[in-house]
Ligand binder design. Structure first.
Ligand code: NAD
Ligand code: TYD
Length: 380
């Protein structure tokens, strides 16, 4: 079968990657989507169960740090577009084991960049019609100042009726022009990979785009991150470990909105450019946790406030960034992308999904999900 494009999506078995793979496989039957993933603890083929039989989908288990393998795969599939999401992504793990983050996020990205460069430079039309699209995070910008507005009660919509955006907890946002100032080993490794991507454009002319997105939430997120961890703990009546005073602020975006942004940028973004992606949706952790508790209790039929007692304040994360807030106006003004979901709607959908898919959560927490590759690809 001949396809119009051959697109490699790395980290496609992870949280965001699986939504991007699903969107591309369903929306573009004339593209061949090669989902490449090492299947670390965070990779789960059950995230892709509904599309694994699609004729335009291929899964490859591989490590992006394996340069020879990356080159061979890119050549064999004649890849013309790479959407690079594979990474170690959890800040707490990076504090315990920074080497793994440098290896995957920095050296892995470098190995993919070099493999793409070698293959594309050998083509008659070289870089024409090619794209290396690198998915990064707002955490590379560091942390913003946190102020406490008087008399404002959550939820904090940052969209004024005029349509202009106002920062809920400070006077500023992260812009595409904000200087990099990473604090955690995770964000330092992502910042380094962003620099390598831009260096490959500036030095060799490799067609690249970088996007920096705020915190994502939604189905298929590994339950070590705040929202799925807390939903799972509420349902199992386990403590909810709130770091510090729960005052830190994050800007939350529904994962399918991120996947739509990636689609828009992959097809219409300007080469060598950078776009910030975010929901203008700042929440203090403790306020968000209270909304989660209320929603889970309601959907489980518990009396209101039933799970508040599970909140447990614990020692703060080392170097815990106080506030993230993305200004994504450039993406809206230049490419027309906007988030589609209000936060309350997104949280309701998310909680319902985890409660309706408890076996997915149970398989992860028991470790059973990791056998799925052998069942699907080795023993068939
Ligand atoms: P995730 O941890 O859920 O998934 C990462 C995936 O990468 C997993 O499937 C894992 O198996 C795979 N992987 C890890 N090391 C690999 C290697 N060496 N070779 C091949 N595959 C490997 O992460 P996520 O939350 O889906 O994040 C995806 C990307 O988006 C990351 O680059 C992250 O930095 C970025 N990002 C995430 C968020 C967020 O809120 N989750 C926000 C902004 C940007
Ligand atoms: P997380 O989901 O790890 O994302 P990130 O650190 O990349 O923003 O955490 C979101 C926020 O929630 C962050 O401020 C840390 C906090 N947090 C807790 O208070 N308790 C927890 O158990 C976790 C995982 C996070």
């Amino acid at each position: 079968m001949s396809f119009k494009r051959n697109i490699m999506i790395t980290g496609g078995a992870g949280f965001i990657g699986s939504h991007v793979v699903r969107l591309f496989v369903n929306k573009y039957p004339h593209y061949h989507i090669i989902c490449l993933d090492k299947l670390t603890y965070a990779g789960n083929l059950a995230n892709l169960k509904d599309i694994e039989q699609a004729p335009n989908y291929t899964f490859v288990k591989a490590d992006i740090c394996d340069y020879e393998r990356m080159l061979t795969l890119i050549q064999e599939h004649n890849i013309d577009g790479i959407i690079h999401l594979a990474a170690e992504s959890h800040v707490d793990r990076s504090i315990k084991d920074p080497f793994t983050f440098a290896r995957t996020n920095v050296m892995g990205t470098l190995s993919l960049l070099q493999a793409a460069k070698v293959h594309w430079e050998a083509q008659p039309n070289r870089y024409e019609g090619k794209l290396f699209y690198h998915i990064s995070t707002d955490e590379v910008y560091g942390a913003l100042e946190l102020t406490h507005p008087e008399g404002i009660e959550p939820p904090f919509s940052t969209t004024a009726s005029s349509g202009e955006h106002h920062a809920a907890y400070g006077t500023d946002f992260f812009y595409e022009t904000t200087k990099y100032n990473p604090h955690s080993p995770y964000s330092a490794s992502k910042a380094s990979s962003d620099h390598f991507v831009r260096a490959f454009h500036d030095t060799y002319g490799l067609p690249t785009i970088v996007t920096n997105c705020s915190n994502n939430y939604g189905p298929y997120q590994f339950p070590e991150k705040l929202i799925p961890l807390f939903i799972n703990n509420i349902r199992n009546r386990k403590p909810l470990p709130v770091y510090g005073k729960g005052e830190n602020v994050r800007d939350w975006l529904y994962v399918e909105d991120h996947a739509r942004a990636i689609d828009t940028i992959f097809h219409t973004g300007k080469i060598a450019d950078t776009y910030n992606i975010g929901g203008f949706n700042e929440w203090k952790n403790i306020d968000l946790i209270k909304v989660l508790i209320k929603t889970v209790d309601r959907l489980l039929g518990n009396p209101e406030g039933h799970s508040i007692e599970l909140i447990t304040y614990v020692t703060d994360r080392a170097g815990h960034d106080l506030r993230y807030a993305i200004d994504s106006s450039k993406l809206k003004n230049e490419l027309g992308w906007e988030p589609s979901l209000q936060f309350e709607e997104g949280i309701e959908k998310t909680v319902r999904w985890y409660l309706d898919n408890q076996s997915w959560l149970d398989n992860i927490t028991s470790g059973d999900y990791q056998a799925y590759y052998d069942v699907m690809y080795n023993n068939r």
